[in-house]
Each structure stands twice: as C-alpha cells, then as structure tokens.
Design a binder for this molecule. Structure first.
Ligand SMILES: CC(C)(COP(=O)(O)OP(=O)(O)OC[C@H]1O[C@@H](n2cnc3c(N)ncnc32)[C@H](O)[C@@H]1OP(=O)(O)O)[C@@H](O)C(=O)NCCC(=O)NCCS
Length: 456
C-alpha cells in the first residue's frame, strides 16, 4: 500500500450504482476511501489477500515501490544502513526519532540488561527434540514468555495496564533483549552445544554472535566486520510496513492480548515459506544453477513458466528493491573475511541477464532483499533453517513499533468480512439417510454427503 507522507488536499470520488442509478460522493483522504461507505449500498469490498486494503494508519515506514524507496520514520534506508546501528534504528522505529547520545546509551543499557532469560526457560528449551526446527522453538519460546511475565498479562490485569508507558517500554526491552538469546539457544540446542549466557559488555549484534559461537574462550570477541555486516542486515529487515507478520501483530493486538503472544503469532507468520523463507529458496535455486554457463538454460525455463526466479519480483516493489542493493554490497564485505562464495558470481550474472531481458523488464521484475541475503547467511555459516530466525530478530523491533503505535492509537478488534458463497440453508440429513457423493470420504476432490435420493 503506497501512502503519501503528507496529507493531500481533500478530493472526492463519484460512484454511480447502475443498479439504482444513484450517485454517491466519497471523500478521499491520504489516498484512501473509507470501506464502510459501501455498506449503505449493501456492498463489501472483496480483497482476497489484502492486495489493496489499508487496515490502519501508520507513521512508521514508507515504501514507494515504483521508485524503489524505503524509509523508516522518513529517513532513507540507505542512510540508516550507512550511518546507524541496528539498536539505534530500533529506537527510531519505535519512538519516531533518532536518539540523542544519552537516549541511545539508556536504551542500549535497558535492552542489554534484558538479554538474560529465566533459568526455567533454559529447561523449557532443553525439552525440545534434538532436531527441532529453530523457528518452531522460537515461536513456542516467545509465546511461553507470556507465562514468565504474568504482570504483563491483560487477561490477568486488564488492558488498561498498557496505558502506562513504563509497562509498554518494559515489554519492549524484554522482547528485543531476549529474542536473540532464545534464537542462539535454539541454534546451540540443534548442534548439541551448551547454551551461552549473554555478554552485556558487547553490543546487541556482537552479543548475539557471541552467544551463537563462543566455546571455552575466556575473551571471545566476534569479528567486528561480521558484526557490522549482520547489524546492517538487521537494519534492512527491521520493518517493512504492513507485511504479513506485522499485520498479524496488529490483528492479534486488536484483541488486547499481551505482546508476547502477539509477537509469537508474528513469528509464526514469518515461518511461512512465502514470507521468511524466500531467501532459502533463492539460495537453493542459485546452488542448483551452479555455474554461470547454466544461466541461459535456466532463464529459458523461467520464461516458459516452468520455474520461478526466486528472489526476484515483489508485491510492492516494481523497481529495484533498495535493500537488495545494500545486501549485494554487504555480501562483498562478508566475503573479505569468509572468502568469496562462488555462488555470488552466478547471482550477479543472473541479475545482469534478467535485467536486460525483455521478459523481466516488461513485468518489472527486479531482485528483492532475499536474492542476496541467503548467500551472505550461508557464507557466515548459518544453517539454512536458521535464516528466518535472523529475520525474526530484526523484525521484532518493527513488530513492537506497530504494537506500540496501535496501543497509542486505539483500535477496534480486527474482524474482516467474508463473501459467503457456500450452500443455501438445507434440511438436516439423518445418518441413515446419507450417501457419499464424493470421491473419497475426507479431503478428496469432492467429499460431501447428501441424502439418499430414494429416501427423500
Ligand atoms: C513476490 C511475488 C509473490 C510477487 O508477486 P505479484 O506481485 O503478485 O506478481 P505476479 O504474480 O502478479 O506476477 C506478475 C508477472 O510476473 C511473473 N513473475 C513474478 N515473479 C516472478 C518470478 N520471481 N520469476 C518469474 N516470473 C515472475 C508472473 O509469472 C507474472 O507473469 P504473467 O504476467 O506473464 O502472468 C513474486 O514475484 C514471486 O513469487 N517472487 C519469487 C519469490 C520471492 O522472491 N519472494 C520474496 C519476496 S520478498
């Protein structure tokens, strides 16, 4: 959804209902018209998948997909990636302004103090099977946090507890602080290594890599260039207006539930391959292509619609995704330390060929953020099923920015409409009168039952 940053002059839309001949005037505000207007005509707006429906007003991030622009609170993503740290950008997203030196120090200290998790949480994490998917562990652990912090429960204490800014902030510190710890635990659990306690002397991203990789070294410090590269990647993933998982935060938040359960729901949405898993698909595709000489044959398959070019195309961007450019640059920084991953040459050549091919030009297909991120993660040694976990760490701040914004705005409970196109009212059929008219009894092509016509 593209919304102008400034409120445009009020304009109007005239709609004539050809069923009645009546003409209605609808006012346009901020490039939107109120959907409720159509109720008086007995109509709802059918929008399967929310392709063009604004469900809230927000001041957090702005995307102009036709021009390849992404801004957080008005600041271009390129400048934030170059000059800011992830923790600073998190403050910006949540509170709306870049922090002063003093504000940043306080914010950072609060978050780092909340990186420790309750010892019972470690036992909880230990109870997962040795090969548990890290996203499954993370979703469950974040939901379980709700039981570790009962004072944050609106069920126990009523939703007025979040009229207090201190209460809102406390949950924000905890979630941003603890999610990297839970993520690192999920990783260590899988590889059978002891969990590592946080190191508050490091910065946010440095501490995360410390918890992932430290063995017995007393003074283990992650490589600063890798810390910076991952920090930039976190900045690029921190928010992206009302994507599926952020919409889940608002959907769940509209019920008044505590933020742990809402963020667990958002993490679950991110688990889906169409959302947080596309970078893995892009990496697999590049590995399958294998070398530059196989690209033309692959492109032909894509043009024949036998394959999809993963990491290309975007629902919103119809131009180069600005994050993809920054990702490509970050990949080069990582290779300087980890060695060049030859798959990058396949990616660069694939991009070059696709961007000069009529098929892709005509359809506005450009690389998206996922085209290069998988290569970077792989080069840094993260397992592929951990990629969405990295995404979740970064996106937690965007989710929380929306949670807070929604609390301050107030919201009705989200209750989308449906267009019912099922059976008309029918008479109940007793068991002895039913016959199977379907191909199989459950889940088949058609598996309904109807009354035995002979008995009717
Ligand atoms: C992201 C995505 C779902 C957006 O889809 P969309 O905006 O609904 O675009 P459409 O599906 O309407 O596609 C428009 C046209 O481009 C083609 N197209 C879109 N993405 C394509 C891709 N990645 N490779 C090849 N062709 C693609 C479609 O086949 C369609 O062609 P047609 O007009 O001949 O039918 C889609 O581009 C995609 O699946 N990309 C690959 C997965 C990916 O990288 N996802 C991560 C997004 S951050």
């Amino acid at each position: 959804m593209h919304m102008a940053t400034t409120v445009p002059a009020e304009r109007e839309l005239e709609v004539t209902d050809t069923r009645t001949g009546k003409t209605y005037t609808i006012s346009i505000t901020e490039d939107t018209i109120p959907a409720s207007f159509f109720a008086q005509m007995g109509l709802s707006l059918y929008d399967n998948g929310y392709l063009n429906t604004a469900v809230c007003k927000s001041t957090i991030s702005y995307i102009d997909g036709d021009r390849g622009i992404l801004r957080y609170r008005g600041y271009n993503i390129e400048e934030l990636a170059e000059h800011s740290s992830f923790i600073e950008v998190s403050y910006l997203l949540i509170y709306g302004e870049l922090p002063t030196r003093q504000q940043l120090a306080t914010w950072n200290a609060r978050i780092m103090r909340h990186t420790f998790v309750h010892e019972n949480m470690l036992e909880y994490m230990k109870s997962f099977r040795y090969d548990a998917h890290p996203m499954g562990m993370l979703v469950s652990a974040v939901a379980a946090m709700s039981t570790f912090h009962p004072e944050a429960s609106t069920d126990l204490h009523g939703d007025q507890i979040y009229q207090d800014h201190k209460m809102i902030n406390k949950q924000i510190f905890r979630l941003i602080g603890k999610i990297p710890t839970l993520a690192a635990i999920a990783y260590r659990h899988r590889i059978g290594r002891p969990y590592v306690y946080p190191n508050q002397e490091l910065d946010f991203t440095g501490n995360f890599l410390f918890m992932m990789d430290r063995l017995s070294e007393t003074t283990y410090t992650p490589n600063p260039a890798l810390v910076r590269a991952l920090d930039v990647i976190f900045i690029l993933h921190a928010d992206h207006e009302l994507n599926c998982s952020t919409a889940a935060v608002r959907q769940l938040g509209s019920t008044g539930i505590d933020p742990y359960v809402s963020i667990a729901g958002a993490t679950a949405a991110l688990y889906g391959p169409s959302h947080g898993g596309a970078n893995e698909a892009a990496l697999k595709m590049l590995e399958e292509i294998g070398s530059v000489e196989n690209i033309p044959a692959f492109i032909e398959q894509v043009k024949a619609k036998k394959r999809k070019l993963m990491g290309f195309g975007h629902r919103v961007y119809k131009f180069y995704d600005p994050r993809a450019k920054l990702m490509r640059k970050t990949a080069e920084e990582v290779f300087k330390i980890m060695g060049r991953n030859p798959i990058i040459d396949v990616a660069i050549e694939l991009e070059r060929i696709a961007l000069s091919d009529e098929y892709f030009i005509k359809r506005n297909l450009y690389p998206n953020v996922d085209f290069y991120s998988g290569i970077i993660y792989k080069s840094m040694g993260f397992p592929t099923d951990f990629f969405p976990v990295l995404f979740a760490i970064a996106r937690t701040t965007g989710w929380l920015a929306h949670w807070r914004e929604q609390l301050l705005q107030g919201t009705p409970i989200f209750r989308p409409a449906q267009a019912y196109n099922g059976e008309e009212a029918r008479e109940y059929v007793k068991m002895e009168d039913r016959v199977n008219v379907g191909v199989s009894s459950m889940g088949g092509v058609k598996a309904t039952t109807r009354a035995n016509p002979r008995k009717l």
